[in-house]
Write a protein that binds this ligand. Structure first.
Ligand SMILES: NC(=O)c1ccc[n+]([C@@H]2O[C@H](COP(=O)([O-])OP(=O)(O)OC[C@H]3O[C@@H](n4cnc5c(N)ncnc54)[C@H](O)[C@@H]3O)[C@@H](O)[C@H]2O)c1
Length: 266
């Protein structure tokens, strides 16, 4: 898809609560695909101006083009502190501030025994899936403080509460995300900055095959039998939960991990 040729008619039909995020400014990382793209579209549909950020400049630009005039794209590697500072500064310069930060970019771990996990793989998974949340929160908190508050939402995973064998680094990173969510919720409450996590169960996005799930229908079917509501979940279900936490409907909600898991982790 060429962002320059996306016609308004080709844009997805907006879903969400109209006007709930009017006047708000949101940054979404990992917005070039899957859950991040769905969230960027959802937040925009509810009225927010959106900065779609991704490692892939083209993918981020595609998402911004799908939204239209109320969005811009910004390439950034979430593990690069200077790049994330630039992302926040660009957002403030363009839209006047930041109200919502969806820390969503992440990477999968190919399931493998502990002894086969190389140190470099462990380090990268922790950097992208955990350290980037610290980096992003550190960069965005001053801008939210200047605005009188805000909402940080991080995409964790049911792996944090219900790990699968072979995903040691992924589960460790996502569990760390939940600890950091609670710590930051306490620390930033005085600034009216709320910090919450979302725990999605397996969603069919490009990432899923890297866990060897979508590619392995038998494994996916087995997982489906453990989900009381079945596997109807899609990226929009996660986006809807993020939009709720981003909005004033959740103004008294902070420090939680909201499972979007069809009841799997009960
Ligand atoms: N798909 C699932 O089943 C599932 C379940 C639970 C949690 N999650 C989490 O949801 C989030 C989004 O995953 P998804 O399923 O939409 O995957 P996806 O592969 O569709 O999208 C991930 C996006 O993140 C971007 N990205 C990766 N590394 C980056 C980096 N260093 N800097 C900036 N951007 C980077 C990629 O370019 C991609 O566009 C991740 O944090 C993932 O761990 C996914």
């Amino acid at each position: 898809m060429n962002p320059d040729t996306v016609s308004p008619a080709a844009r997805p039909v907006p879903r969400g609560v109209p006007g709930r995020l009017d006047g708000r400014v949101a940054i979404v990382t990992g917005a070039g695909s899957g859950i991040g793209r769905a969230t960027a579209l959802r937040l925009a549909a509810e009225g927010a101006s959106v900065v779609a950020s991704d490692l892939s400049a083209d993918a981020a630009a595609e998402t911004a083009a799908l939204i239209g005039d109320s969005a811009l794209s910004c390439q950034a590697d979430v593990t690069d502190g200077e790049a994330v500072e630039r992302l926040v500064a660009t957002t403030v310069a363009t839209f006047g501030g930041v109200d919502v930060f969806h820390n969503n970019a992440g990477m999968a771990q190919a399931a493998k025994p502990l002894g086969d996990v190389a140190r470099a793989e462990w380090d990268r998974l922790i950097a992208v899936n955990l350290t980037a949340f610290f980096v992003g929160a550190q960069a965005v908190a001053p801008a939210m403080r200047a605005r009188g508050g805000g909402s940080i939402v991080v995409t964790a995973s049911t792996s944090a509460v219900h790990p699968r064998a072979g995903l040691s680094a992924y589960a460790a990173a996502k569990s760390g995300v939940l600890g950091l969510t609670r710590a930051l919720a306490l620390e930033l409450a005085a600034d009216q900055i709320r910090v919450n996590a979302i725990n999605p169960v397996a969603v069919r996005t490009p990432m899923l095959s890297e866990f060897r799930l979508a590619a392995d229908e038998e494994l996916f079917d087995k997982l489906a039998t453990t989900i009381p509501l079945g596997t109807a979940i899609d990226a929009e279900d996660v986006a809807a939960a993020v939009a709720y936490l981003a909005s004033d409907d959740a103004r008294y909600v902070t420090g939680i991990a909201l499972n979007v898991d069809g009841g799997r982790d009960l």
